[in-house]
Design a protein around this ligand. Structure first.
Ligand SMILES: *[C@@H]1O[C@H](CO)[C@@H](O)[C@H](O)[C@H]1NC(C)=O
Length: 389
């Protein structure tokens, strides 16, 4: 809120220069690369430079920053993901899917949307990906083939647009576990109809990522395959061809059970005509891998639980993303999380990134909460995570 007010004050006085908190550089950016007086174009990551207050008090800083910016912006031959660098690194944003027993429920009571200022705090530190959970029952309140609720869609779209206008990636995450009103979705055509409507809304936003569904589980494996393939086909048919699609597996999409669950053998056959499909897996480090206990099994459990999935990705020439991971705020988990991230980074030829579970305005003192400025996970893990951008 504060930064929005400051921004509009300065934008009106800006003359052929990027305004306060505006984008001023980054791979693929073609706008103004200098900032208004008193603000400095600061490289936050490869894809995003932003005008931040004050830093340009000496000309040395300004010159160096300008050079860095133009190098980044003018690098058409630079690979999208340099070796050892994640394409996506960020957090889940929970809130719009809350109140899962109460549909549609009330905004502000049963569910809420991400906080723009909290997300901006993370973006300013280099987090570039936000996976925004929502409930299919609120977006499509009558049937999967029915019209979307305009107010819920508007609020969801505002969150997504905030993220992508800030230069980050927004993952649309129907947080539904392959279910709709508690029943397993068995009609693939209905599911395709839902995805046709959703993808149509975001067809022209290249920074949106489509996640077919959160954590299918306890379902027929062929159905999980068919729902994923149906979503891919429906999304591409809308003309949304530039965006990435993240597919998920059965068994809560666990990395550690990717092979034993049958996901590997089945989902290896998914086809995306645009070849922009990413296998999204999740991994927690407590005993049963459910992410419900703040204790981690050991300091090495993060690395151990990823090894099979890494080998599968590489053997099958696939790309993966760790869409959810977390650990409790204690030294054993910290070492385990570090091991997990080190493993992902060392294998960044097949792992494209990772997202912490989870930020969001309503976590209170939740053990993994990552909402700035004071959530448990954020205060304990932010400095560690920032080392992997
Ligand atoms: C959308 O957000 C506004 C506040 O910005 C709120 O008043 C409204 O109830 C929300 N509606 C839904 C359906 O989320």
């Amino acid at each position: 809120m504060k930064s929005a007010i400051v921004a509009s004050t300065f934008i009106t006085s800006a003359l052929a220069a990027a305004g306060a908190y505006q984008q001023c550089g980054g791979s693929g950016f073609s706008g103004e690369t200098t900032c208004i007086s008193g603000w400095t174009c600061t490289v936050l990551n490869q894809w995003y430079s932003q005008c931040l207050p004050g830093a340009a008090t000496t000309s040395t800083t300004a010159v160096r920053t300008t050079l860095t910016t133009s190098t980044v912006a003018a690098g058409p031959t630079a690979p999208a993901t340099p070796p050892g660098k994640f394409k996506w690194f960020g957090v889940n944003e929970a809130g719009a899917e809350f109140g899962q027993d109460t549909y549609p429920g009330l905004w502000g009571k049963h569910f809420t949307f991400p906080s723009n200022s909290a997300m901006q705090t993370l973006i300013n530190q280099g987090y570039n990906t936000f996976r925004v959970g929502f409930a299919m029952e609120r977006l499509a309140p009558t049937t999967l083939t029915g019209t979307f609720d305009a107010a819920y869609l508007r609020n969801l779209t505002e969150s997504i647009n905030y993220i992508t206008n800030a230069g980050a990636y927004a993952v649309l995450d129907p947080h539904n576990f392959g279910r709709y009103f508690g029943k397993i979705i068995t009609n693939v055509n209905d599911f395709k109809s839902f995805w046709t409507k959703l993808a149509t809304q975001f067809v022209s936003n290249p920074r949106v990522i489509f996640d077919t569904n959160n954590e299918y589980h306890t379902m027929d494996q062929q159905l999980v395959f068919d729902l994923n393939q149906g979503a891919i086909d429906a999304i591409r048919a809308t003309g949304a061809t530039s965006q990435y699609i993240w597919v998920e597996g059965n068994a809560w999409s666990g990395a550690w059970t990717w092979i034993s669950s049958g996901n590997g053998a089945s989902l290896v056959n998914l086809r995306d005509p645009e070849n922009k499909m990413i296998y999204e897996m999740h991994q927690y480090l407590d005993t049963d891998g459910s992410g419900t206990n703040e204790a981690c099994v050991s300091t090495t459990i993060g690395t151990q639980r990823l090894q099979e999935a890494t080998a599968w990705l590489r053997a099958n020439k696939k790309l993966g993303v760790l869409g959810e991971f977390a650990g409790g705020a204690n030294p054993t988990c910290q070492a385990a999380v570090k091991g997990l991230l080190d493993h992902l980074k060392a294998n960044s030829d097949v792992w494209t990134g990772a997202l912490w579970w989870a930020a969001g305005p309503w976590w209170g003192d939740y053990m993994y909460g990552f909402e700035p400025p004071s959530s448990t996970g954020y205060t304990y893990y932010n400095s560690l995570l920032r080392g992997y951008m």
